[in-house]
Design a protein around this ligand. Structure first.
Ligand code: ZN
Length: 270
């Protein structure tokens, strides 16, 4: 699943290639994604200029000359750019024909992605209980402490809760907790103030580092769709089940928490 750094990389990639391009035609090959793309979608997008693409949580918001195109990559969504000789490939669901004749294609095998037009994005986001953006100043020790009071759920589950903090994601939560020496299983309200400060600091750092190593080339932008992306080589604990902990050399374990893999070192993380 694309996590925040991957979405950021896709955003950067898109901005390099589609800024200030006009949408000349819209072809919807498959209407049913997570939402059903309405028949008005084409009419709303047609002749709009793409001013810029922004990331909002794990959503991509395309600022158009008229309104917004809102997209969430879901589990397997990705964008690709093709020239005018483009032939539809498997799982290509939406095709935007741009003023430079290029085709911007949304591909999504599992179709959990969101694709919609909104005059005003606030109407769409208003109904969503969103916590702080991890890279914002709002996401601080004080903020997290407040959110965690009385929460007895495991700290990992709480950090994955979008109403607490947005889109750190499974990989980067694992990396953060490892760096802080905090077990993913620890009840959230039993994490000390010192540890909370570390969690805030390291989650920001881990995400920034991932975004940095994601770069902004088209190559990276194309492979930004999977959990096993470019950041994998730098991962300290995620995906390393059975391999030796880099700090204490006992095997890394993987337990299921709310259905998600949770990699951790039982000796380094208390
Ligand atoms: Zn260890």
């Amino acid at each position: 699943m694309p996590e925040l750094p991957e979405v950021e990389t896709v955003k950067n990639g898109l901005n390099k290639i589609i800024k200030n391009k006009k949408i000349m035609d819209v072809k919807v090959h498959k209407k049913q994604l997570r939402n059903k793309i309405p028949t008005t979608f084409k009419k709303n997008l047609l002749n709009s200029k793409i001013i810029e693409v922004r990331r909002r949580a794990k959503y991509l918001v395309f600022d158009l000359s008229q309104g917004k195109l809102i997209n969430h990559l879901g589990m397997t969504g990705n964008w690709k750019l093709k020239d005018s000789s483009y032939k539809k490939e498997k799982h290509d669901h939406v095709e935007l024909v741009l003023s430079n004749k290029k085709r911007l294609i949304y591909n999504d095998p599992r179709r959990f992605g969101v694709m919609l037009y909104s005059k005003n994005e606030e109407t769409y986001f208003a109904g969503k209980k969103h916590g702080a953006e991890p890279l914002s100043r709002e996401y601080s020790f004080k903020y997290l402490k407040n959110k965690l009071i009385n929460k007895i759920a495991p700290i990992k589950a709480v950090l994955m809760d979008q109403a607490v903090v947005l889109g750190i994601g499974n990989i980067y939560v694992a990396e953060t907790l490892y760096k802080c020496g905090v077990s993913p299983l620890r009840p959230a309200n039993q994490v000390t103030d010192e540890e909370l400060k570390l969690i805030v600091k390291h989650s920001k750092q881990v995400l920034k580092q991932a975004i940095k190593s994601g770069g902004s080339t088209i190559k990276d932008f194309k492979k930004a769709g999977g959990e096993s992306g470019y950041f994998q080589t730098k991962l300290q604990v995620y995906g390393r089940e059975g391999e030796l902990c880099r700090k204490c050399h006992i095997p890394v374990e993987n337990i299921k928490l709310s259905g998600r893999s949770s990699f951790w070192c039982p000796s380094c993380q208390k």
